[in-house]
Structures are given as structure tokens and as C-alpha cells.
Design a binder for this molecule. Structure first.
Ligand code: PMP
Ligand code: GLN
Length: 381
């Protein structure tokens, strides 16, 4: 038999798949994989259905449905006071993960180093490795999940080509702050790096804080690929639709990769979302809606022996279980699913070396009943 030489020898099945499968098998409440269990907005379903019935069913343009790119440019101007060109600077992609992958494929040559801040969303490192790049892993400060900038500065070498940024952050719920932006500006000015900014939780920022999108800062945007996901913000993760924003010169190269990988995305969804986004209420209300869920979950969890960490964004919150057990996080998460009927994600899955901070991640993007049921089980611990 012909032998296959694995391009990702160190990679297995993702923790999200594993925990969701276990939750389904054991009928556990699934607060693991990040997806909402409440219905998405009927108006968006209607808009996409209308687009299908209206025969918007053939290939969209390679870079995306133009009315969608136009309304996204308007939304970006309204939110971040930045003008991006829909013709040349926005590309619609099949999800945020694909946008990140394509950005890294566009940037990287074999041997290029990329700074990754850990814990990190699990696709980044395999995306770098498969493109011949070398991930350089820097831990976040675990007391407040902030970026250890001195460590980032020290990790730069002549081979460093890019830095991955993720705000709001998965799994910690941390968000970028003004001093981070100042550090990032200084770093890329000194070292001529690209930025891949994962902003799939763009609208899920809480407590009246602003989302410090890279799109706000012209000197950062000039060297960035900024990646978004409609699935994540509009409660339709199964649609797998998102977009990337980058300056025209970078986007030209991004599209060269995109056109031979996917070419174009689902047309009726693009047409429907374009119509839906005409009303800014659709995205302005998202932060408040999810904040209520976060606050409800935090309140419920006061009855348990878990120690919740702060979460300022995303739909995740991490918890320590030092008052309950000293098991490894993966063992604890498996036991929680099997014996108590609640699935979560062990944070060690977000580290390449499996570093165990004894934290588990909860997804609170769930119906109140689901959160009540889950915590009803967790109080027994
Ligand atoms: N980045 C982060 C941090 C995520 O949590 C997710 C969620 N899956 C993605 C990217 C990918 O989004 P999508 O489902 O649109 O590919
Ligand atoms: N982003 C989701 C999470 O962190 C999962 C997406 C996936 O399963 N790949 O839970």
C-alpha cells in the first residue's frame, strides 16, 4: 500500500468534536463546544429563504455578493470610523476558520515564525504548521489573561513574520485594552510583521466596553488580515459563513488562494445577510443579549464550588475547580460529563504542550433553562 506521510502528525480529533460526541452519547448538558442552543432570528431565516425563492442560487462573485460587501463596509465605517473598499478589501469566506487559514496560507513561506498567544483557538497552530510555518508559543498572564508583552518582544527573531491576535478571546473571554493596542503598534512598527486578527466574537463585548477592532487603527490595518464570522454572531454556526478584511494589496494575494480553494460562498445566505444587515439593530443588540446570559450564569454559579474567572467578551467563561478536585483538567471534564451530566472544555486543549492550568471552559450561549439545568447538576459537586 502507498504510505501517506501525514502533514499534521501531531494532530488528533478536536476536543470540541470529542466533548460534543460524548455529551450526545450520555445525554449530558453541553456547555462545551461553542454554539447557541436557542433559535436564531426568524427575520434572517426569512431573508435567506426569500433569496432562495428569488432564485439567488447560482455562483456568487468570487470575492462575495457585492451588496453584502457594501453593507459590511458601511457597518465598518459606522462602528470603527474606517473606510474600507468593498471591491478590493473585503472577501466573503466560508467561515472565520477558513479566513484565518487563507490569511496564513497567503502570508507564510516555509520556516517563517508566527507568534501565537496561548491558550489559543485550536486551529491556529495546525494552520501555521501545514503552511510550513513555525508557531512560537507565548503564554498569556494567567492571573488576568492579559498579554505578556515583554515575552512577545523577546520572542521576535529575524524569521518572525506575523502575530495572531484574538479579541474577544477564546477560551478566556479577555478583550484587548488600549495598552495592548499601543504595544502592538510599537511591535509591528519595530519589526515589520503581519497581523492576523481573529474577531469572530466582534459584537459580544460586555459591560459597556468598546471592541478594539484592528479596523480602528489605520497603521495596524495596513498590515492585517481581520477575520469575522456571521455564524458566531448571528447564532447560526452551522451556516459557516464569514469574511476577511485586508488592504487591497494583501487582499489581492488572499483572493488568489481563495479562488482555487472555495472560489465563492453560498449565495442565498449572502443575499439574505445583506438585507438583514440594513438594520443596525440586528448587531447592536447582540452584546446586551449575551451579557444577560453571562450574568445569569455567573449568578447561578455562586451556588457551586467553582471559581469563575472574569469574562469581558466572547461567549465563554473559564472556571477553576481547586475547591473540588486536583485532577487534571481533561480527567475532571470527562468525569463531569460522565458522572454529573455536564460537558465542558478543558483549557489544556488550547495549549500545544497540554499545559494544565486546572481550568475548564463553559459556553454560556444557551437558553436559561439549559443553564439552570446544568448548574442544577454542578451544585452536587
Ligand atoms: N475563531 C475563534 C476564536 C472561534 O472560537 C471560532 C469558532 N468556531 C472560529 C474562529 C471559527 O468560526 P467559524 O465557525 O466561522 O469558522
Ligand atoms: N469555536 C467553537 C469553540 O471554541 C468550536 C468550533 C469547532 O468545533 N471547531 O467551541
Amino acid at each position: 500500500m502507498t504510505q501517506l506521510s501525514s502533514k499534521l502528525p501531531r494532530v488528533g480529533t478536536t476536543i470540541f468534536t470529542t466533548m460534543s460526541a460524548l455529551a450526545a452519547e450520555l445525554k449530558a448538558v453541553n456547555l462545551g463546544q461553542g454554539f447557541p442552543d436557542f433559535p436564531m432570528d426568524e427575520n434572517l431565516i426569512e431573508a435567506v429563504s426569500r433569496a432562495m425563492r428569488g432564485q439567488f442560487n447560482q455562483y456568487a462573485p468570487m470575492a462575495g455578493w457585492m451588496p453584502l460587501r457594501e453593507i459590511l463596509a458601511e457597518k465598518i465605517a459606522g462602528l470603527y470610523s474606517t473606510r474600507v473598499q468593498p471591491e478590493t478589501e473585503i472577501t466573503i469566506t466560508p467561515g472565520g476558520t477558513y479566513a484565518i487559514y487563507t490569511a496564513l496560507t497567503t502570508i507564510l513561506q516555509p520556516g517563517d515564525e508566527v507568534i501565537v498567544l496561548e491558550p489559543a483557538y485550536d486551529s491556529y497552530v495546525p494552520n501555521i504548521v501545514i503552511n510550513g510555518g513555525v508557531p512560537v508559543l507565548i503564554p498569556l498572564n494567567m492571573d488576568d489573561f492579559s498579554i505578556n508583552w515583554p515575552a512577545v518582544w523577546s520572542a521576535i527573531t529575524p524569521k518572525t513574520r506575523a502575530i495572531m491576535i484574538n479579541s474577544p478571546h477564546n477560551p478566556t473571554g479577555a478583550i484587548l485594552q488600549d495598552p495592548d493596542i499601543a504595544q502592538l503598534k510599537a511591535l509591528v512598527a519595530a519589526h515589520d510583521l503581519f497581523i492576523v486578527s481573529d474577531e469572530v466574537y466582534e459584537h459580544l463585548v460586555y459591560d459597556g466596553r468598546p471592541h478594539l477592532s484592528i479596523l480602528r487603527y489605520p497603521e495596524l490595518l495596513a498590515r492585517s488580515f481581520v477575520c469575522f464570522s456571521f455564524g458566531k454572531v448571528f447564532h447560526c454556526t452551522g451556516w459557516k459563513l464569514g469574511y476577511c478584511v485586508a488592504p487591497a494589496g494583501l487582499m489581492k494575494e488572499f483572493r488568489k488562494v481563495h479562488q482555487f480553494n472555495c472560489f465563492s460562498c453560498h449565495t442565498p445566505s449572502q443575499a439574505g445577510i445583506a438585507e438583514y444587515l440594513q438594520n443596525p439593530e440586528t448587531y447592536q443588540s447582540l452584546g446586551g443579549f449575551l451579557q444577560q446570559k453571562r450574568d445569569h450564569f455567573i449568578k447561578l454559579m455562586e451556588q457551586t464550588r467553582f471559581t469563575l474567572k472574569p469574562s469581558s467578551g466572547s461567549y465563554f467563561i473559564c472556571a477553576g475547580y481547586e475547591k473540588i478536585s486536583s485532577e487534571k483538567d481533561i480527567d475532571f471534564a470527562l468525569r463531569l460529563t460522565r458522572e454529573y451530566g455536564v460537558a465542558t472544555i478543558p483549557v489544556s486543549a488550547f495549549y500545544q504542550n497540554g499545559s494544565d492550568e486546572k481550568l475548564i471552559r463553559f459556553c454560556f450561549a444557551k437558553k436559561e433553562d439549559t443553564l439552570n439545568e446544568a448548574v442544577g447538576k454542578l451544585v452536587r459537586l
